[in-house]
Design a protein around this ligand. Structure first.
Ligand code: NAP
Length: 320
């Protein structure tokens, strides 16, 4: 049988054999990618996060994804430093975590990332003095209230986007990293966005997407810089998650709840420098990659123009 196939192949023209080899090679590559995808998404065990240190610092833990991270990390036995702008919400989250995971130690630091950031960061430094903060979740972030053209972005929104998303993440990292370098261990998770990485453009959210592109490149460079120092830096790239920022109340197959996202997210910490932890998001990512960029651009523009129209309508109703 094998000899027969070999004879058949020998009688084929070279160009056909070349084409066949290329086809087989592509098939092998695809099979390996699928096997890897199944392994990393469903079989690979998460790392023992306590090995990085006994404390985790989370920014923006009073709502959405950050809040879910706080609950999940407490469940894993980590003590928490929660950095948020609203003292009442920080107290409420801390008490709620303690009622579920009684042994968790929690410190809170009130910082408005759109306010006096240097003062806030110096208070973070004071709060973590002497603590082995092994895990940093740079989650805090703001977006537009709704889609708009760049010339419609006012000064306050522009400043908040850059201060909270870019400066906040950068300065908190600089405050926490030296301790990790000293202890030769740590993990940093920076929350990026599909807006900057999965789709080729995010029209009508240009500044938000650009701040997240900064987060992606910042993370990748730190990953390479600190890998040999025992510090794992990662940019997580969520697509839509049901939060107030996304204006999505109910979760669905492609839009996880914050708990669903955070549970998946913890399993990825310490591995690839860039990932999208919730597996249905990887399907959307693959779909976006397989389409011509101009098609995705046009679809996204239409989608965001719809958001802008609805937002403007809501605004005008409020004024009436
Ligand atoms: N949700 C999505 O679909 C999605 C997709 C991709 C990426 N992301 C990213 O995921 C991260 C979390 O987003 P989310 O959807 O969970 O947002 P969210 O529900 O709006 O929560 C944001 C958190 O950040 C805090 N925060 C906002 N502005 C702040 C400021 N000036 N100072 C201090 N804290 C501030 C909020 O505090 P308060 O509780 O006081 O409001 C809240 O705790 C962001 O970096 C976002 O860009 C989200």
């Amino acid at each position: 049988m094998a000899e027969c196939i070999l004879e058949q192949l020998k009688s084929q023209p070279t160009w056909l054999l070349l084409l066949l080899s290329l086809g087989l090679f592509s098939l092998l590559k695809l099979s390996l990618s699928i096997l890897k995808w199944v392994y990393v998404n469903f079989l690979r065990p998460g790392k023992n996060l306590k090995k990085y240190g006994s404390w985790a610092l989370i920014t923006g833990p009073t709502d959405g994804i950050g809040k879910a991270f706080a609950f999940q990390l407490a469940k894993k036995g980590l003590n928490l430093v929660l950095v948020g702008r609203n003292p009442d919400k920080l107290k409420e989250v801390s008490e709620s975590i303690k009622s579920k995971s009684g042994s968790t130690q929690i410190k809170t630091v009130v910082v408005d990332f759109s306010g006096d950031l240097d003062d806030g960061v110096s208070r973070i430094k004071d709060a973590i003095e002497g603590l082995d903060v092994g895990l940093l979740i740079n989650n805090v972030g703001v977006s537009y209230p709704y889609a708009r053209f760049f010339h419609e972005v006012d000064d306050k929104l522009l400043s908040d986007l850059i201060k909270v998303n870019v400066e906040g993440t950068t300065k908190v990292t600089r405050a926490v990293l030296p301790g990790m370098v000293k202890r030769k261990k740590g993990a940093i998770v920076n929350i990026g966005s599909g807006a900057a990485i999965v789709i080729p453009s995010d029209p009508l959210y240009s500044v938000y997407a650009a701040t997240k592109a900064y987060i992606d490149q910042f993370s990748r460079c730190l990953y390479v810089e600190y890998k040999k120092s025992g510090i794992d830096v990662q940019c997580q790239v969520p697509l839509y998650v049901a939060t107030k920022m996304a204006s999505i109340k109910r979760s669905s197959f492609f839009v996880p709840s914050t708990d669903g996202y955070a549970r998946a997210a913890l399993r990825w910490i310490g591995y690839e420098p860039r990932c999208t932890p919730y597996w249905p998001h990887t399907l959307l990512w693959a779909l976006a990659n397989s389409l011509p960029e101009s098609v995705v651009d046009a679809w996204r523009l239409k989608f965001c123009l719809g958001i802008r129209k609805r937002g403007q309508l809501k605004d005008s109703r409020k004024k009436e």
